[in-house]
Design a protein. Structure first.
Length: 308
């Protein structure tokens, strides 16, 4: 993995890391907000089959309303996606993904939101960037579409590279690890090298350990406990734990034996946002913003010099 030494805003990355501490991000991403706390990304799923909301924001007008609500609640970024990546999901045609996300990106950008486009397709990324999206969040880490990293490099925008072993329809068949944290680190390195070789600036790359993607619940908990080992790779880290199934299993109703449904997992998700922030992550990706905004602010205060 190549070293990072480019400027990130008013300070170099080395200076940011030296000044970081518990509750503060270990690094910033050039071109995006740089508060002295972990960022909060709000999720807008423009899909009929996402695990967390079951198509609640599938209509473009509803998705725009939700995105504006998240931004008004304090989301630093609004992540717009038109492809469900829940285990077992089938991919929509590219034309359908474009139809879902482009009107939403256009309206949110026009309203002043900082928009991330959540896509594995270079064509979707290109069209969204043309409309003013500020970042590409690629859950395949640039592996699903060989043209993606070139698009990102040419546009000069930030990208999130997630640990990925395959598409949703078969990823849960690839959950064998010797040591999940070490293996995720080792598998992220070639993804980083491909991005750098494509010309993506080091200060515009963030990493995501990919909770739930070719991972069991136990793998997710191990990655969260040892998140500092992912942060130690030297790049900003985004973590998407919000409402995921491993939280539902933890919160199983003892009377019925049923897992807690997704919309009942927000309090636990906010607690995890604080834990993640205290581990030095750069950003949390969440469905419910106010609780996580409070959580990362508490984490930043907890780690501030002179905190009492």
């Amino acid at each position: 993995m190549r070293p990072v030494g480019r400027d990130v805003g008013p300070r170099t990355l080395a200076q940011v890391i030296a000044a970081s501490g518990p509750g503060r991000p270990a690094a910033y991403v050039a071109g995006l907000p740089t508060p002295e706390r972990c960022l909060v990304m709000g999720v807008v799923n423009v899909t009929p089959d996402s695990f967390s909301d079951g198509g609640r924001w599938f209509e473009p007008a509803d998705a725009v309303t939700q995105g504006l609500r998240l931004a008004a609640q304090g989301a630093d970024l609004v992540d717009v996606g038109g492809e469900s990546t829940r285990p077992g999901a089938q991919r929509p045609p590219v034309e359908e993904e474009l139809r879902r996300v482009l009107p939403v990106v256009h309206e949110l950008v026009a309203a002043g939101a900082i928009v991330s486009i959540d896509t594995m397709r270079a064509e979707v990324a290109t069209r969204a960037l043309e409309l003013g999206a500020a970042m590409v969040n690629d859950v395949s880490g640039g592996r699903a579409d060989p043209a993606m990293l070139g698009v990102v490099a040419d546009a000069g925008v930030p990208v999130v590279l997630m640990h990925w072993r395959g598409h949703s329809d078969h990823m849960q068949q690839r959950t064998t690890y010797d040591d999940v944290v070490r293996d995720v680190r080792d598998e992220l390195r070639p993804q980083l090298d491909r991005a750098l070789d494509a010309g993506v600036a080091p200060d515009r790359i963030a990493l995501d350990p990919g909770l739930g993607f070719a991972k069991t619940g136990d793998h997710n908990w191990t990655l969260l406990k040892r998140l500092n080992e992912i942060v130690d790779l030297g790049y900003p880290v985004l973590v998407a734990a919000s409402r995921k199934a491993f939280l539902g299993r933890l919160l199983t109703d003892p009377a019925t034996g049923h897992d807690r449904p997704p919309d009942g997992r927000d309090a636990a998700s906010a607690v995890l946002s604080m834990v993640i922030a205290l581990s030095g992550a750069w950003c949390v990706r969440v469905h419910e913003v106010p609780g996580s905004i409070d959580a990362v602010r508490v984490a930043a205060r907890w780690g501030a010099e002179g905190a009492e």
